[in-house]
Design a protein around this ligand. Sequence first.
Ligand SMILES: [Zn+2]
Length: 570
Amino acid sequence: MKDFKDGDLQRRVSALRERGEEEYVEAMAPKYNLTYINLLGTPINPEALSIIPQTTATEAEAVIFEKKDKTLLVGIQNPNNANLAQVLDMLKKNGYAVEGYYISRSSFEHALTRYSDKPKAKAEKKGVLGIDPNTIAELATTLKTQANASERLRAIQEASDPEKVTHVLETLFGGALAFAASDIHIEPEDDVARIRYRVDGLLFDIIEIPHNMYRLLVSRLKLLSGLTLNIKDEAQDGRFTLDVGDRNLEVRTSVIPGAHGESIVMRILDPKTAGFRFEELGLNTKLQEVMEEELKRPNGAIITTGPTGSGKTTALYAFLQKVHSPEKKIITIEDPVEYKLPGLVQTQVEEDYTFASGLRSILRQDPDVIMVGEVRDRDVAETVTQAAQTGHLVFSTLHTNNAAGAFPRLTDLGVDYRSIGSAYNVVLGQRLVRTLCPHCKKPHALTAEEQKIVTRIMGETPTQGTIYGPEGCDACGGSGYKGRIGVFEAIRVDDAVAEAVIADPSENSILKAAEPQEIPSMQQDGVQKMYDGITSFAELERVLDLYNTGKAPEEDANDDSETDFSDHIV
Ligand SMILES: [Zn+2]
């Protein structure tokens, strides 16, 4: 008998074991009505493989190893797998014919390793699960109105096409690009599911679909996003990318369970619509000067404030782009990273990497500029303050209504009020208002009441220009608005403000101290943008508190303002 070296012996034993496994699988195949195949000697087509994501393949214990026209050859490792039937069902509903093959564990694992070496660009170009990027790109230019999109969706549903779901999705993504929608919502109700777009911050109904179509959409989107199909009672988050023309769209999917089924929200991150250019934020001349000076300083904190969706992060990204230069090291910690910016190190909050602990790690990386997504708690507030005092330029956001509100908030969070003057440079307040559609806006005369409000906000500041209101046309999908712009205010932390924070950190005292800075309030900035024909009175009223001027109240006019205020409480 021949002697084997250890290595040889192991190889031989494992070869025997593999052969035994293959023989067993081959013998069992007829029981499951499947044909046996050994994938170790079979070419695996990366295009076929990428039709289902790796996570789905792993869960279903099945891989697609070849595609011939609309026929998929599927290697099945465990015919009793609970997820398998759903995946196969899905493929059939998407117009594919499925030929099932019984494969061994070794074959299956071998096929899974091929996911990592599939050519990425190619896989994206062919699209995940048959969605055609060219169709999406074409629809992005041909769908003119939201009504066009609704009509097309209705027509698809009425046709008897096995690839309905594909076409619905292509239309939804094409429409989202055409109207620059930031999110697509799919919300199941009693009898139907509602599909809506969020455009310029507002939701618009697109179509109602029957429940059977809804269920197909949910399954397909979960597959696309790499989520677990048969988990239906838990929230899940996933993502996928669509390579549409020259843009690489990232889609973040969030699924939450509800009484009538799972609700899906897809956030579409389109690097093309997000320019993050400082010059395009909509800063008024005064504020642009202020910010240009502030961004040249080597240290200190710059804070933007506002509620969720007020454009705080966009402003910070624009500031980061503005200060970015090759000799500066910029590190961010975000929750989550929304857009990848070139030349920056961007990190994301995780379970063991919080804003506070992450920031401390970042400081050890010797950065020049740091962005911290949000000052949420005492720990972060203190670390941001220290970082700003030790030679770093720090950007962050605070969840307050206006710029003045940041000061009492910081002291509430435990920041020593005596250190605010040395650590903080400037605080911005902001909101996003929709801009009037240039194709259909029409002159609008203010009512006496509106005029009174405007006069009170502007005080003695002269204003002139034509005021416009919304009308609605094909170019704006009938809403009268297209795009959004920021309305801003800011308070620089100069000596007067720093002293006011120490003496009395109330909003009024801060506003009073900041008066000599002559920076318009958000309300004043908004009214100016209305006189510039950029936005409307109705839009300002929707977004801003117009019964507040955003400036310190006149001391001798206290009674008046109280009367005015109570007039409006009905
Ligand atoms: Zn229009």
